[in-house]
Unconditional design. Structure first.
Length: 261
């Protein structure tokens, strides 16, 4: 018997949110749709990153020609105030906001000095070498050197918030795809499975281990706990969400069914 349209179907969720992060660890934007291609990350995700001065030695003729680990870049795990930066594309410009720094509009193809000056007071909390240069990567400058997208669950978030005893929200996790309608932590049982979103199919590969960046309140940029340690205490691991690789192309949109095949 076919379930009524209003009844949830086992193994079926729905894509609730779709996010892209044009600059690694700095801002982010919601998308109405995204075309997925096999063995490619979400288009435009982590396209840029901001190197600190000690990492400039990795440039070749002033350009970045290879993937670098997150330690080369400005990042929220080292400076919690960066977690409160918001924003994304507006035409050819990137527009960023922060509760202490106001708004910055800049063209990433032009002079990056205004961006570096805007970020430096936020990065100073890291105690590391100064913010130095905006670079475009030859591939997505994600934390893993793989062409993956991240998939997170709203029901899992609700469970984590309940166990940790405070609201966390979606922003601190910097996830690409958020699914609603799955059972809490069901995504952990999907490692090795294939899911379909719209016409796209993705293989679920491994859990996402979490770092100190998730300990910052994204509204204020201030630490409000030790999220990795709290995850370990509550669940016996520091994971939240899963990585997946696109196998079959397709354009995905919030509202699309997410089906476990």
């Amino acid at each position: 018997m076919t379930p009524a349209a209003s009844e949830p179907q086992e193994g079926v969720g729905r894509l609730a949110h779709l996010f892209r992060f044009p600059v690694k660890s700095i801002g982010g934007e919601a998308l109405a749709e995204a075309p997925l291609e096999p063995a490619r990350p979400l288009p435009g995700d982590r396209r840029f990153g901001v190197l600190h001065a000690d990492a400039l030695r990795h440039l070749t003729n002033g350009a970045l020609d290879r993937w670098l680990p997150k330690s080369a870049f400005l990042r929220g795990a080292a400076a919690a105030p960066l977690q409160a930066v918001r924003g994304g594309w507006d035409g050819a410009d990137l527009v960023l906001t922060h509760p202490e720094r106001g708004e910055l509009r800049f063209d990433p193809a032009g002079d990056d000095a205004p961006l570096i000056a805007w970020l430096e007071p936020l990065w100073a909390a890291s105690g590391k070498s100064p913010a130095a240069r905006l670079v475009e990567g030859p591939q997505a400058l994600s934390d893993v050197n793989k062409p993956w997208v991240s998939i997170l669950s709203l029901s899992s978030l609700a469970l984590v918030e309940d166990r940790l005893g405070r609201p966390l929200g979606v922003d601190r996790w910097r996830g690409n795809l958020w699914v609603e309608g799955w059972a809490p932590l069901a995504e952990r049982d999907l490692i090795g499975a294939t899911i379909r979103i719209g016409d796209a199919e993705l293989s679920v590969l491994e859990p996402i281990g979490r770092c100190a960046a998730t300990s910052a309140d994204t509204g204020t940029g201030c630490l409000d706990g030790d999220t990795p340690a709290e995850l370990e205490a509550a669940f016996g691991h520091q994971d939240f969400g899963v990585y997946a690789e696109v196998r079959t192309p397709g354009t995905i949109r919030p509202g699309d069914a997410v089906v476990v095949l």
